[in-house]
Design a protein around this ligand. Structure first.
Ligand SMILES: C[S@@+](CC[C@H](N)C(=O)[O-])C[C@H]1O[C@@H](n2cnc3c(N)ncnc32)[C@H](O)[C@@H]1O
Length: 247
């Protein structure tokens, strides 16, 4: 069932459309609000604070922040999700790749939320992303990094699940392969079946800490969920609050 996973190294260019929105409908406004509250607790906001949501998707976090911020930007690769931003709320959006950010050293804070990292198959591309994040932050700027917790994924991985969303049958198969968590998502609707792939490099905490350090970040705090609980092996998320340069 998962044999095709490794063959589509550009899976992230195909997956983030309407089907992604349907399958992740539970990642809704409330889920985004919990995380936004945590972000606003940790990142000081002043009148001119300029923030970039890197891989902003359809803007569910940025939309919740837009009322506090005049200088809010989002970048994403998915034209479909960026079109949804336009319908949802107002902040400045750019279509682009997080491996080549079209910005200068201009942001006070950068967000990378809900596992929008670890998609590439070339290891150096992940470090490149972190270096790009570092490049566009002002000295002392904050980087709020919300990634999966590899220990948690490993312990609770559910190999197969099936559910219905209206008339669509969604079947998800998951496995850990070559240090990545891979999922095939099959969507059956009125006899037609579509199949998509997700494949995310399962960086451990130590691997992530070493990568962010080599990109020039200092760790301010680690957290394990959207309510700010301490990070442990069983935490659902691995959240790093980082600063550009020395603490
Ligand atoms: C799991 S979604 C999360 C979106 C958003 N942060 C949220 O929480 O709703 C990952 C996002 O990363 C975007 N993405 C994937 N690869 C990208 C790349 N190379 N450059 C920019 N965005 C990318 C996708 O289009 C998608 O919107």
């Amino acid at each position: 069932m998962l044999s095709k996973t490794g063959s589509n190294k550009n899976w992230f260019k195909d997956w983030f459309g309407q089907e992604y929105v349907d399958v992740y409908a539970h990642r809704d406004e409330q889920d985004a609000l919990n995380l936004v509250r945590l972000i606003l607790k940790h990142i000081p906001i002043r009148e001119n604070t300029k923030i970039l949501d890197a891989a902003c998707g359809n803007g569910r976090h940025a939309c919740a922040m837009a009322k506090y911020l005049d200088y809010l930007f989002g970048i994403d690769l998915s034209l479909f999700l960026l079109r949804q931003v336009r319908q949802n709320c107002h902040f400045k959006i750019v279509r682009g790749d997080i491996r080549a950010l079209p910005f200068k050293k201009e942001f006070d804070a950068l967000l990378n939320l809900f596992t929008s990292f670890g998609y590439f198959f070339e290891e150096q591309d992940h470090l490149l992303v972190l270096q790009e994040f570092h490049k566009v932050l002002k000295p002392g700027g904050f980087f709020f990094f919300d990634f999966l917790n590899a220990d948690y994924v490993q312990k609770y991985l559910k190999e197969t699940s099936e559910r219905w969303i209206d008339s669509k049958k969604i079947v998800e198969h998951r496995r850990i392969n070559n240090g990545r968590v891979e999922k095939t998502i099959s969507i059956e609707n009125q006899g037609k079946v579509q199949e998509f792939i997700e494949s995310v490099r399962m960086f451990t905490k130590d691997e992530l800490l070493s990568m962010v350090a080599s990109a020039g970040f200092t760790v301010i705090k680690t957290m394990g969920d959207y309510h700010g609980a301490s990070l442990s092996k069983l935490s659902p998320r691995l959240i790093l609050l980082l600063k550009k340069g020395k603490a």
